[in-house]
Write a protein that binds this ligand. Structure first.
Ligand code: HEC
Length: 136
């Protein structure tokens, strides 16, 4: 019994960081589906550009999406810190942009960005493993 308890505790500690990450992604997906899909989808351009693969992509470069002039001229590559700044206040990241939407809670921003990263190919292999449906 004590042994069993110990095992459960150990597994719990080992699983914690992985579990927290998975939880963040799951929560981020739910947030994405409630807060972002009014304008975005993963694979199609709508009011806003398609967002699958946005982590590691240069800003303003989704194929066939018609960006604001400011976004089209942007040159930064999206990473987690920049995406969180964007969701805090897009205007401070790309002045003149057209997305007038924010997430007020840091936890929400963390989770949505974790979700976006989970549906983006890892940056290092973005070009070496072209897949129509990476790591769903
Ligand atoms: C009211 C509509 C609207 C909502 C809601 C919205 N967006 Fe956007 N988003 C846009 C538009 C429009 C653009 C393009 C801005 C431009 O061209 O200046 C954009 C651009 C972006 C970009 C930059 C993409 C690129 O290719 O550089 C990211 C990232 C993004 N949105 C994430 C999100 C996330 C995450 C949410 C939900 C929390 C969200 N957006 C909610 C309209 C919206």
């Amino acid at each position: 019994m004590a042994m069993r308890l110990l095992c459960v505790l150990l597994l719990g500690v080992l699983g914690l960081s992985v579990g927290a990450q998975a939880q963040s992604v799951a929560r981020g997906q739910a947030l994405f589906e409630s807060r972002c899909v009014a304008c975005h989808s993963l694979d199609a351009n709508r009011v806003g550009p398609a967002l699958r693969g946005v982590v590691g992509r240069t800003a303003g470069k989704a194929q066939d999406y018609f960006y604001s002039e400011a976004m089209a001229a942007a040159t930064q590559v999206w990473d987690a810190p920049q995406l969180k700044a964007w969701l805090t206040n897009p205007e401070t990241v790309v002045p003149g942009q057209d997305m007038n939407y924010r997430l007020d809670l840091a936890q929400d921003r963390d989770d949505v960005v974790a979700y976006l990263a989970s549906v983006s190919p890892p940056v290092s292999s973005a070009t070496s493993h072209p897949s129509p449906n990476p790591r769903k």
